[in-house]
Structures are given as C-alpha cells and as structure tokens.
Ligand binder design. Sequence first.
Ligand code: SDX
Length: 433
Amino acid sequence: MEQKKVAKLDLGNGEQLIELPILSGSMGPDVIDIRKLHATSGMFTYDPGFLSTASSSSEITFIDGDKGILLYRGYPIEQLAEHCDFMEVCYLLMKGELPTNDQRDKFVKSINEHSMVHEQLIRFYAGFRRDAHPMAVTVGVVGALSAFYHEALDVSDASHRDLSAIHLIAKLPNITAMAYKYNRGHPFNYPCNHLSYAANFMHMMFAVPAEEYKPNPVLARALDRILILHADHEQNASTSTVRLAGSSGANPFACISAGIACLWGPAHGGANEACLNMLEEIGDESRIGKYIDRAKDSNDSFRLVGFGHRVYKNFDPRAKLMRETCHEVLNELGLQDDPLFKLAMKLEKIALEDEYFISRKLYPNVDFYSGIVQRALGIPSSMFTAIFATARTVGWVAQWSEMIADPAQKIGRPRQLYTGVTTRKVLPISERK
Ligand code: SDX
C-alpha cells in the first residue's frame, strides 16, 4: 500500500478541513483511509451493504467489474481454467505461486492424507432427517470438525493454519458427498485417493456397491473447472463472514461453517439452485416474457436469478467459461438439445436486449449456467450450493489465513447510525399506561 495523495474533508462546521490519506494498491481503485476519522471528527462513515467500502487489503484475488476481469494471484481466470487443475489453483491461492510438478505432487499427497473423516463424525449424519438439505447438514458437520481436531487450533501458528486449511480442503468433498448419499439412503463411499480431486468427489457421490463406477474423464474435468471458477472471489458476503468470524480468533472450522451458512442464501451461493428452479418454473420459451416483466416490476419481489452482480457491471468472466463447460458436457452426453439449456440461452439473449437489464448492467453471473451443467453431471439441485461451498473453501481459508497473519489485524467491530428512541426514564410497571 502506498500513500500518494490526501483527501480533504470539510464537515461544514467552519472548522479545519480533515485530511485523510489516499492509499493505492497494485491494481484497482485507490482508497480513502478513514481509520482516524472518528477520532478526529467524532463521526462515522455510513455504508450499509458496503457498496463503497474496502474492508481489508488483500493479495489474493482481484476483480475489475467494469472490464469483467477476475485474477487469482495475478493470473486471469480464463488461463487458469484452461491450463490448471483445481489442486494447482488451491496451491496458488494458499501460497501465492503456481506449483511445480514436485510441489503439486506433495500438495496432492497432503490433501489425500486427510481425505477421510473421523469415523465418529460419520455418526453425526444419523441424527439428521433423511430429507435434510445438504447445506443444513454441511453447516453442522463442518462446524463440528473443531471437536475432532484439537491439535491444530492455535490460529497464531502458521503451521496450524496450514494444517486446518488442508483438513478443510481435503474433507469438504467427503462431507458434502455423504450429505447427498444420506439424502438418497445410499451407503457412504470412502474416498479413493488414486483418483483426482474432482473424480474422487464424483466417486463419493455416485458410486454404489452394486455397480462398478468409473468417473467419465470429460465430466470430471468439467467438475474440476466448476471448482476452479468458484474457488475465490474477493470480499463477497461469505468471505466477509469468514473474515469477521475469524477476527475474533474463532477456530477455522467454526469460521468456515459461518461462511457456508452465508453462502446458502439465494442472493449469494444459493442462486445456482434457485436459478435452475426458476428455469424449470419458466418451462417454455413462450413464458419468458412473463418472467422478464415480473423481474422488472418493482412491486414484484421476483428477480431473474443468475443475473446481476454487486461488482460485475459487465459479463462475469466465469459465466462465459461456465457456458463453454455447459456446451462441452451436453455435447459429451448427447444432450445438445437440452431444453433447459436452450431456454437459458434464449432467456439470456432476451434479457441482454432489454433496456431494464442494460441500464442496470445486469448480466448473467457465475450461477446462471452452473446449475444446468451440474444437473447434466447428475448432481441434484440441492447439492449445487454444497459444490460451491466445497470449491470456495480454499478461498475462504486463504483469506482467513491472510487476515490472521496480518500483524495489524483487529477484531471486526462496525458502528452504526442510531435512529431509535432517545434516552428516557423507566417507570415502575404500576405507573405504565
Ligand atoms: C454470487 O459478491 C460476489 O462475489 C458473489 C459471487 C461469488 O463468487 O462469491 O459472485 C457469487 O453470489 C453471484 C450472485 C448470485 N445471485 C443472484 O443471481 C441473485 C439475483 N441477483 C440479485 O439478487 C442481485 O443482482 C445481487 C444480489 C447479485 C446484487 O445486488 P446489488 O448489487 O445489491 O444490486 P441491487 O439489488 O441494488 O440492484 C440494483 C438494481 C435494482 O433495481 P432498481 O432499484 O435500481 O430499480 O438492479 C435490480 C434491482 O431491483 N436487479 C435486478 C436483479 N438484480 C438486480 N432486477 C431483476 N433481476 C435481478 N437479478
């Protein structure tokens, strides 16, 4: 961070202007450093939803919403999706550089050593109803991991942070796949470490004892790409949740469980499931106009799920890559004429030509196509956000660890604009009217 200029703030009270440093990062907008504003002015800034607020500095992910740019540690997402696998991207997000072959092998070995879960953790699942949503199960089971891993919970110790990160990245596919198998009434599958991370995930979800199961390599590659596209995304709602929870020194498993809970919301990671449900509800191209009108009606709470983004005011680069993956998977499966995919492309075309969406810069986001490709992979819509959580776990732990390692890190404690009743006297109940 470099201070180049100073912002001068006139509070309109005739007093001296307040000078606030303007800080520059390596890319993107400068920031006005307001850390001393309250001490010098007695005032707070006001920014519900953090539309204009940088909550932290970070070296991990960069987004340019106007240009549709997404970089992980400086590498464009398009190049990572083409040339790397999810394990390489995990290494990159955690350590800052892409691995050599030897470094990648060592990293994959460390993940594989922790891919199983404690046998007693498996007994947790029996306590849930069979129809429990996989995200409800995942929030609970991930939060409970701290009951099993006492030996690496000193968050101030970098080796403990690294081990917790490995535990989480390694176990999330197993935990979420078991939530799916429990829904289905199928026996759980142990991980097969000779498979790739994505193929192992498919094995744990789809293998059954009665049949031999061999993950289709094209489909496994598609799932691997989905994991890459969802791995990290700057200070989105769930990452901000993880950072805020972690700022109190809470253990990483509890913090990631909080992030999973936040991601589940339909305005955030729950949008992929909601988007597929929306497409199924629309059902036919002839009904698209009715739903576009509803989305534009300010008196109707309906929103075109999979459209719009707080940061991307241009195409979400992940949406383009997800659409390509959709084509690949549907072609591999002979589903080129998949009606839902055709409906989605028609809906996208109509929306992108409509003034309402154009004026508000509402483009398809990562969730618009991800549901269709996951459905084609045989993944039920109830698992879409669990897959998103599995992918985002590496981003969450990387951001969490970066925050904890920052010597200037403080507990997150926002203030407020109080608009409630002013001070008043308590009357004994006998005197209240
Ligand atoms: C993710 O932050 C991240 O990085 C998140 C994420 C990640 O990787 O972590 O990218 C993942 O969460 C993607 C977003 C998935 N959510 C959805 O697809 C749900 C539908 N989208 C919207 O709910 C909305 O676009 C948000 C929540 C994504 C963004 O909301 P903002 O930035 O707060 O924008 P807004 O709600 O203030 O909307 C601005 C205007 C409003 O209209 P006006 O009041 O100006 O008339 O655009 C309208 C909104 O009504 N609008 C929509 C719309 N999204 C915004 N109108 C219809 N359909 C939509 N989808």
